[in-house]
Design a protein around this ligand. Structure first.
Ligand code: SF4
Length: 437
């Protein structure tokens, strides 16, 4: 039996140069696939699918933005007689839509049910829907690191690892707790360490939504990571700045950069995201504490909230300069299907399109409340263009040395992210949006 496992890219075009986010779902599914199966695993960020080859079965993991590409891949494969199973957050939320393009859908985490899907396929008993319960991470297999799916940057492998699933919160714009459950589950620390050792790299990305979501577990994990002398980046909440001891431990464990969703610099906007630090000053102080600990602070912002007015873009720039931020991510609010935000905007008649390819964080797919659609697009591009101007990038890279003891990860991350940010910005900014009127 020939099996293909795929994570599609978001568009038919190859992605631009820049940091690729390492995936782990395929490594784990591969580990759960019986060894007698002829397995091909493709992460489309890096590799191409060979459509000339015949596969008996394909597993395609989709999120909303790459779902249309995933459906096109399925159509091509099915023309050659391949049967297709969809999984991932988008298929879990909209199984009926995925079934129009595939033969079966796995709803929820695939680990618990994947061996059954393969067995049913072999017995010609493939069902349309497979519903899985949140997986007991104590039984998680070690990811197949021998598949060499990791992005390579300047000769350095950049593997991902994870430790935690589930989220106790239920933010309006997010479907994590609906898909992965509200109970937070952790991998045993010893399992994480074994996986990291198997991955044979000194640079990693921690794929957890919040590396300090459970401070007790985080302490144990950080203490076990410290002797490995690896460097890694991850995601956290800005609240980590309140616990200086945990912050120091995080650095000693190898953390050199944190991606943190500030989301909005306006107090009203921050309140919508239930942020513990809401004011401009509180956020500035927290950024300084994290940077002083030797950790690169990569904030992420969302624009188009009901509270946002056109001055939000200038205010955000002001914050970025005052906080001496090296790299940042800017998103237009995106109401993913399955979230409470999606249902609210749909009910209010504010959704402009349900073309999922446009649900990519840089296209306005709904009518904002206190701006026009054009004002939101213009302001968003104005901010990106200013932040990623050549002179600003140079200043930021030179300033990297001001962060205490900047490591290899920080240097790579800052350089690649700024180059990629500038490239994407230049490609996407319409000429008439050079200035913000
Ligand atoms: S945004 Fe973060 S905190 Fe909110 S539900 Fe999603 S994962 Fe949890």
């Amino acid at each position: 039996m020939k099996l293909l496992l795929v994570t599609p890219r978001s568009t038919d075009k190859k992605p631009p140069i820049g940091l690729k986010i390492p995936q782990l779902a395929l490594h784990i599914l591969a580990a759960l696939t019986p060894s007698d199966i002829d397995l091909t695993v493709i992460d489309e960020q890096m590799d191409e699918i060979d459509f000339e080859k015949h596969y008996d079965l394909a597993g395609i993991s989709i999120m909303t933005a790459n779902a249309p590409r995933g459906y096109r891949i399925a159509q091509k494969l099915k023309e050659k007689g391949t049967r297709v199973v969809f999984g991932g957050i988008h298929a879990s939320v909209l199984p009926d839509e995925a079934l129009k393009f595939g033969d079966a859908v796995v709803i929820g985490e695939a680990e618990g049910i994947w061996p059954k899907v393969i067995e049913d396929f072999k017995n010609r008993e493939l069902k349309k829907i497979y519903r899985s319960e949140p997986f007991d991470l104590n039984h998680s297999p070690l990811p197949r690191r021998d598949l060499k799916l990791e992005p390579v940057i300047l000769g350095y492998k950049w593997p991902g690892f994870f430790t935690t699933r589930g989220c106790p919160f239920s933010c309006e714009f997010c479907s994590v707790s609906d898909v992965f459950g509200r109970k937070v589950r952790h991998l045993p620390v010893a399992h994480v360490i074994r996986d990291i050792e198997n991955a044979d790299s000194k640079i990693f990305l921690n794929l957890d939504d919040n590396v300090v979501g459970n401070p007790g577990y985080a302490r144990k994990l950080f203490e076990a990571l410290a002797p490995l002398k690896i460097e890694w980046g991850g995601q956290s909440t800005i609240g980590i700045a309140k616990d200086e001891e945990l912050l120091k431990l995080c650095y000693r464990a190898g953390c050199r950069g944190l991606f943190i969703g500030i989301e909005s610099i306006s107090t009203q906007g921050a309140a919508r995201f239930q942020k513990t630090l809401k004011t401009f000053r509180e956020n500035l102080d927290a950024v300084k504490k994290i940077q002083d600990a030797g950790i690169l602070f990569h904030p992420s912002f969302v624009f188009g909230l009901d509270e946002d007015t056109v001055d939000i873009f200038e205010k955000t720039l002001d914050f970025l300069y005052k906080a001496r931020i090296t790299t940042a991510t800017f998103n237009i609010l995106t109401p993913y299907p399955g979230t409470r935000l999606y249902h609210r905007l749909k009910k209010e008649g504010r959704l402009i399109t349900e073309d999922w390819e446009k649900y990519n964080h840089s296209t306005v797919v709904f009518r904002p409340k206190k701006m026009t659609v054009e004002e939101l697009i213009k302001g968003y591009h104005f901010l990106k263009k200013e932040f990623y101007s050549l002179s600003n990038i140079c200043k930021r890279i030179i300033r990297l040395s001001e962060i205490s003891n900047p490591g290899l990860v920080q240097f790579f991350y800052a350089v690649f992210n700024n180059i990629a940010g500038r490239q994407i910005t230049l490609e996407s900014v319409p000429n008439n949006y050079k200035t913000f009127a």
